[in-house]
Design a protein around this ligand. Structure first.
Ligand code: ATR
Length: 282
């Protein structure tokens, strides 16, 4: 029986939890001929890897930093989300051609569907950050019907560029106006690097956030970022950590390569949390 192989490609890649997630599902669903591994390559070797995928050595794979935009440019076809976001995180092959998809927006929305039901029932969202992750979040919010999305970024020009890209529902907001804008926000999303372990925290007074608002962070190391901690301590808001986005974005790729739609379970989450708590060798 020939193997069905998939991968996650990036550099560095040793911190990726994708092999753990997909490995757990391969076992859980008895995909005996399935294999999922991490591939560490730089920009030059990436093209050779893509060629091997086209030739059928792999069913496809996940793409992570720093290759998401390069792969976007290299594939022969893209799905709608990849097209809107401008980056590819999931690859597969159709008739010898590479197809690039993006499941980050799906993962973001599925995490909130699971942990904050009703999160997208109208209202205004406030998004912090205008990098790659922000593009996926904005696509998710517009797809789910948000009419107004305020977008604030330290470097204002990047927020303005994204507002232009995504159209009039996305409005650039000066960074210093974030605290006062919180009062009208039903959803607050941090997509900046602020709050990551060992880095600078996001220091924001959440007093004005309306009761019942949802606060989420796409940073998941630590699981409870300073922003999420502040939201929990403020009370009367719903707090959703970023790990569920990682778990849910993995499911569509697994289904494409291995033919089974996997479930994001509490057990899977616990396994990944335990792994996050384990010290990693550099
Ligand atoms: P990603 O693909 O993860 O979104 P990125 O494209 O490097 O990564 O974007 C990182 C985001 O974090 C940007 O919005 C960045 O703001 P700038 O565009 O001004 O650089 C934001 N960010 C990083 N460090 C920050 C800091 N100290 N204060 C505020 N924002 C910060």
């Amino acid at each position: 029986m020939s193997e069905r192989k998939a991968f996650v490609v990036g550099r560095p890649i040793n911190h990726s939890r994708s092999p753990l997630i997909h490995g757990t599902w391969l076992e859980r669903y008895n995909v005996a001929d399935g294999e999922y591994g991490a591939i560490d390559v730089g920009a030059e070797e990436l093209f050779g890897l893509l060629q091997r995928v086209r030739k059928g050595e792999f069913r496809g794979g996940n793409v992570t930093i720093p290759h998401k935009e390069t792969v976007f440019a290299e594939v022969e076809q893209r799905d709608e989300a990849a097209q809107a976001i401008g980056a590819v995180n999931t690859l597969w092959v159709e008739n010898g051609e590479l197809v690039g998809g993006n499941t980050d927006a799906y993962g973001f929305a599925a995490n909130l569907d699971e942990n904050a039901p009703g999160w997208s029932d109208g209202g205004t969202a406030l998004v912090l950050g205008a990098g790659g992750a922000s593009r996926a979040v904005l696509h998710a919010l517009l797809s789910r019907g948000f009419e107004t999305v305020w977008l604030a970024n330290r470097t204002a020009a990047r927020a303005e560029d994204l507002a232009t890209h995504f159209g009039p529902k996305v409005r650039a907001l000066p960074w210093d106006q974030v605290p006062e804008t919180l009062g009208g926000a039903k959803l607050l999303v941090n997509t900046t690097a602020l709050g990551m372990e060992g880095g600078e925290a996001l220091d924001l007074d959440l007093e004005k956030l309306p009761e019942g608002a949802v606060v989420t962070d796409i940073v998941y190391v630590p699981l409870e970022t300073p922003l999420l901690k502040a939201a929990r301590e403020r009370g009367n808001v719903r707090v959703v950590d970023g790990l569920g986005m990682l778990l849910h974005q993995a499911a569509p790729g697994f289904e494409r390569w291995f033919g089974v739609r996997p479930e994001v379970t509490r057990e899977l989450r616990d396994l990944v949390v335990a792994d996050l708590e384990r010290p990693k060798t550099p």
